[in-house]
Design a protein around this ligand. Structure first.
Ligand SMILES: C[S@@+](CC[C@H](N)C(=O)[O-])C[C@H]1O[C@@H](n2cnc3c(N)ncnc32)[C@H](O)[C@@H]1O
Length: 319
């Protein structure tokens, strides 16, 4: 899979000396630094993403190593980046390496980081002329014009994400974005202040188009790795989580659990989210398992939001 930018470049960053390992047990609960007073200046995900962690970010952050500020942070299933943006605002890791297998998303991150003003101008133009006809025209171009500039494609991706039904990025088997127009009356396509905040937050991160397997070559002892893969389905009838590149299969879950064990042996400080199922408990047997209650829509109609228990797996013995 082609890399959007070189992981080798990302690794030129000097690594923080690994602080002495210590256990979280018995330590006082982490008090996140107060949020910056002007909330509009705080970076947030610039796309709505399936499985986005914004509502759980504070709870998960409490369960990450207490000295994150001194460590390198890796997030190989970055999606909408909720965890990274939250951590950047409250517990700022020394340096971050983010990645995902969805190429268009990775390109969009790089455009937000490198060219926020040009991107804002394009999004403002799309917002001003938004209507049904424009939505389907942009959707068609997004699917047909793979060779358009990264800036153009980033603007299309964000515009479609902000105006489509349910605000989610989903593709068909052929890789085409196929979500119909959403029922928004006057959708906000871009908040310039917020997008510039995201751009600033991304200055201390590299964002690479790669599968999680690259961690075997890149992750180093003492680095913090937060993994948020597509979840193991809650029931046999539920389908495997599918993003834009096919389902994340049971074999992928096995491979990921194997990687988790290898990185544990290497001395990385690991935390991984997944559903609370017997399968996940089997895959990560022997590690610390924390139950987290997530507000989530589980009925098909999505009318009710029941809290669902999910797991945060940690290799706490290494911390
Ligand atoms: C549950 S979402 C992550 C959500 C994210 N934590 C957030 O808050 O928005 C899982 C992500 O994994 C990505 N993904 C799927 N298969 C992957 C793979 N083999 N390697 C890396 N990323 C993958 C998907 O594109 C998707 O963005």
């Amino acid at each position: 899979m082609p890399a959007a930018n070189s992981p080798a470049l990302a690794l030129r960053e000097p690594l923080a000396p690994a602080p002495r390992a210590r256990s979280l047990r018995g330590l006082p609960k982490v008090q996140p630094a107060a949020a910056p007073s002007d909330d509009a200046l705080v970076a947030r995900p610039f796309v709505k993403w399936a499985g986005g962690k914004w509502n759980l970010a504070e709870r998960i952050a409490e369960l990450l190593p207490v000295d994150l500020e001194r460590r390198v942070y890796r997030e190989p299933f970055v999606g909408g980046g909720a965890m990274y943006f939250w951590l950047h605002a409250h517990r700022r890791p020394r340096r971050a390496h983010l990645s995902d297998t969805l190429a268009d998303l990775v390109h969009a991150y790089n455009c937000v980081r490198e060219q926020p003003d040009a991107l804002i101008r394009r999004l403002q133009r799309l917002e001003a002329t938004h209507d049904e006809a424009q939505y389907y025209r942009v959707r068609e171009r997004f699917n047909a014009e793979r060779g358009a500039t990264p800036l153009e494609r980033a603007a299309w991706l964000i515009y479609l994400n902000k105006t489509c039904y349910n605000g989610l990025f989903r593709t068909n088997r052929a890789g085409g974005f196929n979500v119909p127009l959403g029922r928004f009356v006057d959708p906000t396509v871009v908040d310039p202040t917020r997008l510039r905040a995201a751009s600033r937050a991304l200055q201390s991160a590299s964002i690479v188009h790669q599968s999680f397997d690259h961690l075997l070559d890149t992750a180093r002892p003492g680095e913090v790795v937060y993994l948020d893969p597509p979840y193991v389905p809650l029931s046999k009838t539920a389908s495997f989580a599918s993003y834009a590149h096919g389902p994340f299969t049971p074999a992928d879950q096995e491979r990921l659990a194997e990687l988790f064990r290898k990185l544990d042996e290497r001395g990385c400080l690991l935390a991984l989210s997944n559903s609370d199922t017997p399968e996940v408990r089997r895959l990560y047997a022997g590690f610390d398992l924390q139950t987290i209650m997530a507000p989530r829509s589980i009925s098909r109609a999505g009318a009710t939001r029941h809290p669902v228990s999910e797991l945060l797996v940690r290799n706490l013995a290494r911390w």
